[in-house]
Design a binder for this molecule. Structure first.
Ligand SMILES: *Cc1c(COP(=O)(O)O)cnc(C)c1O
Length: 358
């Protein structure tokens, strides 16, 4: 067979290791392990979402609503946009694929930051496009330098704000500057997967109806605790959204996922407890690491980067005792591990284990 040549150099994306997989390897019950590897919600899904899925379970012999009617209506209402501004993806990862297929091809490029979310370059290379990576500034995106790096061949600028894996965020002023500087023919994707964890995020939605080249991405995977269901969405100009709709498979959002996401939207209490647990957990790790003389990057998301000298070794040592974190070598940060914020119990156990290793 002749494979597409762009597959030759393409790495396989490795996510955080699943609990069951590590449990099998260690010969331990999965319940004894903790996973702080994929920025999931340690409080679990909203109870309202679980109830909605139970109700929906008896109906899964039917295809889902391909137009995602109810979730679309309610989300549009909550966001103050129109239903035609929304595109749903099987996780926001799928939206990254949609935009890549819509505008990238051989001879084009994307602009990203050093330490960017790993999926952006993979999606670009898969489409045969190049990737311009702009050096980070104190682990964060240098948005002015990214704007300056745009070439006539650039089709997309990807910015995650806050960013994964660094947890850094750009100032609202820098974001607005970037929005204004990106030329009309270049798509700016603002990936706001961790938007709900910050209090004073830039308000980009009022710009959506004016700027065809702006797409904001959000997800139910993080704050809403529905990562296993795969629900993400893009908010963009109706004309661009209509173009992306041609790429989307008709039933990409399954029926259980639609029901759960709709219910999760109505659970402010769960969102607030998640934010509170996260803020406290972040503070716990920041203080403890500072006391221990372990360097961290100030985080605005639901995880923290810690400089542990040899990230791969520490990751493996923690894993052996049932604590799954993420080694950062693949991101060019071999000295660091990324720890997702867990429950107080999980955070304490992870910290104690790290202290033991020193
Ligand atoms: C977790 C994450 C997403 C969300 O991915 P889903 O496919 O919606 O689960 C998107 N972007 C970034 C930067 C992330 O860290």
């Amino acid at each position: 067979m002749k494979l597409n040549p762009q597959l030759d150099q393409l790495p396989v994306y490795h996510g955080g290791r699943p609990l069951e997989e590590v449990a099998r390897e260690l010969g331990l019950p999965a319940a004894d392990l903790i996973k702080l590897a994929s920025n999931e919600n340690p409080l679990g899904p909203s109870p309202k979402a679980i109830a909605a899925m139970r109700d929906k379970a008896a109906e899964v012999h039917l295809y889902p609503d391909g137009n995602v009617f109810y979730l679309r209506q309610r989300l549009a209402e909550k966001l103050g946009v129109t239903p035609a501004n929304l595109i749903f993806g099987n996780g926001s990862n799928e939206i990254i694929e949609f935009v890549s297929r819509a505008v990238l091809g051989p001879g084009t490029n994307i602009v990203v930051s050093q330490y960017c979310f790993a999926i952006y370059p993979i999606a670009a290379h898969l489409a045969g496009a190049d990737c311009i990576s702009v050096p980070a500034k104190e682990f964060g995106h240098d948005l002015a330098a990214m704007a300056a790096a745009i070439t006539p061949e650039t089709r997309i600028v990807f910015v995650a704000n806050p960013n994964n894996p660094t947890g850094t965020r750009a100032s609202n002023e820098a974001v607005m500057d970037l929005v204004n500087r990106v030329p009309d023919e270049v798509l700016l994707v603002m990936d706001e997967a961790y938007f709900e964890f910050i209090d004073d995020a830039p308000d980009l939605l009022p710009l959506i109806s004016k700027k065809q080249n702006l797409l904001v991405m959000r997800t139910f995977s993080k704050i809403h605790g529905l990562a296993g269901l795969r629900v993400g969405y893009g908010i963009g100009h109706p004309d661009f959204v209509a173009a992306l709709e041609k790429i989307r498979q008709p039933f990409n959002l399954n029926a259980m996922a639609q029901a759960a996401a709709l219910a999760a939207l109505e659970d402010d209490k769960h969102v607030q407890s998640t934010r509170k647990n996260n803020a406290e957990g972040l503070r716990f790790f920041e203080n403890a690491f500072s006391d221990m003389g372990i360097e961290t990057v100030p985080s605005h998301a639901n995880f923290i980067l810690a400089k542990v000298s040899d990230g791969k070794t520490v990751f493996e040592q923690l894993q052996k005792i049932g604590i799954i974190t993420r080694a950062m070598g693949g991101y060019g940060l071999p000295d660091w591990i990324r720890i997702s914020i867990g429950t107080p119990l999980e955070n304490g156990r992870c910290l104690a284990a790290l202290a033991d290793l020193r």
